[in-house]
Ligand binder design. Structure first.
Ligand SMILES: *Cc1c(COP(=O)(O)O)cnc(C)c1O
Length: 372
């Protein structure tokens, strides 16, 4: 007799993020590519022995985070980054066989968590333009829909969902939780945060891994009304966020000057990279996040290898549904961006890439959906 896990775990593949050999310029994972606020470093350097020995107290920092977002403390749950937030939402609200809907291509942790819960996952393919498939997602809602996950701006496409569409989706599925992933909010500026009390099934996730530069400390949050929050709080470990991250969070949120500087670097850089890509005739999609998705064609692997030899990591998204031959480029600060553009020009020439390559459908990498 062997011991079996829940059915969902049996049927899902393992997730291995391609993290090996990342001691180069990291334009592959959409993290902050530079540094968190210097105030964060000060906090870390003043860590005492007691800070390490004591159990972390989440609640005081929850109050600060809530105030920062203009919310009441009971509306906010700090989490071990958005990965845990997604886990908590699926663990709290999904039973085996419940239907979950999300658009693809998108963030792979949605698949991982929903499949682990044994949910019936309905993936709605983006439009050919990679725009959010609004009509088809609405049509996919059934009485069995228990969770709808929306990501705006979406990773890896950079596309957004108009707030009117989010509202209609939530109103069409009042029996389902709508998890809105705003991981890239700071590079976009639009949010549904003021709606958490008026849309009864809305839960919003935010991370401190991207704009704030705290990916390694693992901190994020969920925001929702007290009715849904009551259930989520029960499911969360009382010590899910470590005390070092909690102290760093306070410093990071206070330093709005630094955050504004970093976000301006990214949004200015986004325009510059777009201009450079146009000059190189590389097709790309307009993005509201800290990355641009490009279509390279069958030479996508060669480009990534050529960039790696120049010390720059890019992300191959070719195995995502509908993204054959696509490569995602994270936007760093000015100096990094300039190096990236120079390296791109050299690499394209080295692999003899021409704009015609981007039009060739890459049949070799039929989407064998990687877990990344
Ligand atoms: C990076 C990312 C996250 C954040 O992950 P963390 O676990 O908070 O580091 C969440 N959602 C999307 C869409 C992302 O791209």
């Amino acid at each position: 007799m062997s011991v079996n896990p829940r059915k969902g775990i049996l049927s899902m593949p393992e997730y291995h993020p391609p993290l090996a050999g990342r001691n180069a310029m990291r334009l592959d994972f959409n993290e902050n590519t530079f540094a968190p606020s210097p105030k964060v470093l000060e906090v870390l350097q003043s860590t005492t022995l007691e800070d390490l020995t004591i159990y972390p107290e989440r609640e005081p920092r929850e109050r600060i985070a809530a105030a920062h977002l203009g919310l009441a403390p009971e509306h906010v749950l700090l989490t071990n980054a958005v990965d845990e937030a997604i886990h908590l939402v699926t663990y709290t609200f999904l039973n085996e066989g419940d239907e979950v809907i999300f658009a693809v291509p998108s963030f792979f942790m949605y698949d991982v968590n929903c499949m682990a819960m044994g949910a019936n996952v309905i993936r709605v393919q983006a439009e050919d333009t990679l725009a959010f498939p609004y009509e088809r997602l609405l049509a996919a809602i059934t009485p069995k829909t228990k969770l709808i996950i929306l990501c705006t701006p979406n990773n890896p496409t950079g596309t957004t969902i108009p707030s009117a569409q989010i509202k209609t989706i939530a109103a069409t599925a009042p029996h389902a939780v709508v998890l809105l992933d705003e991981a890239y909010f700071h590079f976009f500026g639009e949010t549904m945060m003021p709606e958490i009390d008026t849309i009864p099934n809305l839960v919003i996730a935010r991370t401190f891994s991207k704009a704030y530069g705290l990916a390694n400390l693992r901190i994020g949050l969920l925001a929702t009304n007290t009715g849904l929050m009551k259930h989520l709080r029960k499911a969360a470990s009382p010590y899910n966020v470590n005390g070092i991250a909690l102290r760093a969070l306070e410093a990071a949120m206070e330093d709005t000057t630094y955050l504004d500087w970093y976000c301006a670097q990214v949004t200015t850089g986004r325009d510059k990279l777009a201009t450079a890509l146009k000059e190189m005739q590389i097709p790309f999609w307009p993005s509201h996040a800290n990355f641009l998705l490009t279509r390279i064609g069958p030479k996508h692997k060669q480009l990534i290898a050529a960039m790696r030899t120049r010390g720059i990591l890019l992300r191959d998204r070719s195995s995502d549904p509908g993204l054959q031959g696509c490569v995602r480029i994270t936007i760093g600060v000015e100096e990094q961006l300039e190096k990236c553009i120079v390296a791109l020009r050299e690499s394209l020439s080295e692999i003899n890439w021409t704009p015609a390559d981007a039009k060739i459908v890459d049949t070799e990498t039929e989407p064998a959906r990687e877990y990344e």
